[in-house]
Design a protein around this ligand. Sequence first.
Ligand SMILES: [Zn+2]
Length: 88
Amino acid sequence: MSYDALFYAGSEEPHFLEACTLCSKPLGLDSDIFMYRGNTPYCSEDCRQEQIENDEARERRWKLSSKKSAETSKKPASVQTGTLVASN
Ligand SMILES: [Zn+2]
């Protein structure tokens, strides 16, 4: 047991290229790897496309819900109406 072994174990790079992010299929060195957002690998264009669609759906939901809450908080507490003056 050497001190060096401990040191190297702590400075290991993450193995993010070992498997498809979506279906966890192992990615070999000779197989095609489809990258998305810089560091997430996928085994096929289909897997990557599904992830892109998932992300877009999530973003759309988030925007919709944040817009909705902004509208409800913007709503005035009391509605101002014009003053009616009786003319008779
Ligand atoms: Zn996959």
